[in-house]
Design a protein. Structure first.
Length: 318
């Protein structure tokens, strides 16, 4: 059977890699954020994935909602429409029209407790129709009870870990850990020497709580450390991977303070990072970050997005 995996825009290659690792299956990118694959073991992917936000069984592809054909569903059912681009009708209108088609085939409707969910995915001028296999988003993490207001999507966090090249065992740090999402996703992926630091006690405590609920607390060294003291924790060229959602200019953090943090960050990173070490940073806008990366060179940039949130990801090496 054919399935579509929805992932963060700009991280399709990460989901393809994960699909190959878990299912030993090939996949293709249909449009941004949509990866198609075939398997007889989709439940295995759903239970193990860290990069995919939703999976549905693909039934039809078309360009107009009038072309959507009915298929067997277990009653009661409901229709859910996800519209990522401009379309002539709103999501609720599409749901009503398509739902009526299935209703006229003798199916009953239950909007609260359906046994089947017909998923209409409108993106980049195409309409993908299928059966939703993950009504609860796979990006939702049960361990994540403490959420920082500037934290990132769990699937994005995992994607950053994979972009760094981390495969376990070696030294991995997040010096601005906030609620710990990056370090926790790294520990869930592979055990290693993982460190999560933050300058604020509440963020350190949030990371400890989330890591405990994720059953990886023993795998992560969590401490309150200001960025100025980062080089006191490691000897020269000891660290292999640094991955972080770095601070950025906002209403509560002025540009001068961000510049100071970036200067300290890159100064200490240049000391503790191995010669072939990797730094991956995510930030809403990367111009200021890139202008201050003394001692490192930019080797990759990509734009990623989930829902209405967009980020720049920059990969640095010595």
């Amino acid at each position: 059977m054919k399935y579509i995996a929805i992932c963060p825009n700009g991280m399709e290659d990460i989901s393809q890699k994960e699909i190959k690792e878990i299912l030993k299956a090939k996949s293709t990118v249909l449009v941004h954020g949509r990866v198609c694959f075939e398997t007889k073991s989709v439940e295995k992917l759903i239970s193990k994935t860290q990069s995919i936000m939703k999976v549905y069984e693909l039934k039809q592809t078309c360009v107009k909602h009038e072309e959507i054909e009915t298929f067997f569903v277990e009653s009661p059912f409901r229709v859910v429409c996800s519209r990522k681009d401009e379309y002539g009708l709103g999501s609720q209108e599409v749901e009503k029209i398509v739902g009526e088609k299935f209703f006229l085939q003798g199916n009953t409707v239950d909007l609260r407790n359906p046994k089947s969910i017909v998923f209409i995915d409108i993106v980049e001028g195409k309409i993908f129709v299928g059966l939703d296999l993950s009504p609860v988003l796979l990006s939702k993490r049960e361990y994540r009870v403490k959420i920082h207001n500037q934290s990132i999507n769990a699937c994005v966090a995992y994607g950053l870990v994979r972009l760094s090249g981390y495969t376990g065992k070696r030294v991995f740090i997040d010096p601005f850990c906030r609620d710990g999402i990056i370090a926790i996703e790294a520990a869930r992926f592979k055990k290693g020497k993982i460190f999560a630091y933050d300058a604020l006690f509440p963020d350190v405590r949030s990371t400890e709580i989330n890591a405990t609920l994720a059953h990886v607390r023993k795998e992560i060294n969590i401490s309150r450390i200001e960025i100025e003291w980062l080089d006191t924790k490691f000897v020269e060229e000891e660290v292999d991977f640094i991955v972080s959602a770095v601070p950025f200019v906002s209403k509560t953090l002025k540009e001068n303070e961000v510049k100071r943090l970036y200067k300290e960050f890159f100064y200490h990173v240049s000391f503790i990072l191995k010669k072939k070490g990797t730094v991956v940073c995510i930030v809403p806008q990367a111009e200021l970050l890139k202008s201050m990366c003394e001692g490192l060179k930019v080797v990759e940039e990509r734009e990623i997005s989930t829902s209405n949130l967009s980020y720049s990801v920059v990969v640095f090496r010595k």
